[in-house]
Design a protein around this ligand. Structure first.
Ligand code: 9D3
Length: 235
């Protein structure tokens, strides 16, 4: 799968793309990462990407021309399986179900917003969808693009080591319809500063361990994320 990113801060992606699962997926050729500098598609000598909002108001808005020109240069004839995603605070909420859907595409092009916003004609006439990663204010879409790419790349067969996509499909996650939180994990030492690991986990009784983990996961979900348990159960 190919991920394109359109941004005014191409250097921002060095760290995230050079570490961990995403870096290994790129090295192994399972994903391709292409970062494009929006300023490369400006035509004036100051390489202007933004302008003041019509109607007045604070801040600056990303102009439509460089964004349209960039996308039309990256994909001169848009094919099925090539999806343009605009990252803004107004978008639909990204979650694991959305990640699974996006992982089915051949190529994604993520447009990173900045300043106070992006000219609405990009959302209306260029992007296939508009996504937000959560209800908090970021400085731009770059971190959001990293989040989306990380979550999607992990779902591509072979990226996590398991070649069959079926195993990945069988796990629910928070953000899926019936995801609950992971059970609490412990490792050595069994006694850390007097805080002891639950006895059952040291017992070797696999059936009891399974039962303890299921109830501990439910209890923690009820305490921290009760809304996950209130959802109607589909399937
Ligand atoms: C909602 C705040 N806006 C009105 C005052 C101004 C504004 C703030 C920050 C407009 C854009 C931005 C930059 N944020 C993103 O581009 C963004 C984002 C986010 O802020 N939160 C969650 N997901 C995303 S995806 C892109």
């Amino acid at each position: 799968m190919t991920f394109h990113v359109l941004t005014i801060f191409p250097g921002f992606f060095r760290g995230p793309f050079e570490h961990g699962v995403v870096a290994r997926a790129a090295q192994s050729g399972r994903i391709r990462l292409c970062v494009h500098n929006l300023r490369d598609w400006t035509t004036d000598k100051h390489r202007t990407v933004d302008d003041r909002p019509f109607g007045g108001g604070e801040g600056m808005v990303l102009k439509p021309e460089p964004i349209f020109r960039a996308v039309e240069a990256i994909w001169p004839e848009r094919q099925p399986g090539q999806r343009v995603i605009l990252l803004t605070p107004q978008g639909r909420l990204f979650n694991h179900a959305v990640a699974r859907r996006l992982a089915q595409e051949r190529e994604l092009l993520l447009i990173c917003g900045r300043y106070e916003g992006v000219d609405e004609r990009v959302a209306e006439h260029l992007a296939d969808e508009e996504l937000s990663i959560g209800d908090y204010v970021l400085s731009g879409g770059e971190l959001a693009a990293c989040v989306v790419i990380d979550a999607v790349a992990r779902l591509i067969p072979g990226v996590l080591g398991n070649e069959d996509s079926a195993t990945q499909e069988s796990f629910a996650a928070p953000g899926d319809e019936l995801g609950i939180l992971d059970y609490p994990q412990y490792t050595r030492p069994a006694d850390f500063r007097g805080w002891k690991v639950p006895e059952v986990l040291l017992s070797g009784h696999h059936e009891e361990i399974r039962r303890w983990r299921r109830q501990a996961a439910l209890a923690k979900t009820a305490r921290l994320r009760p809304e996950l348990l209130e959802k109607p159960v589909p399937r």
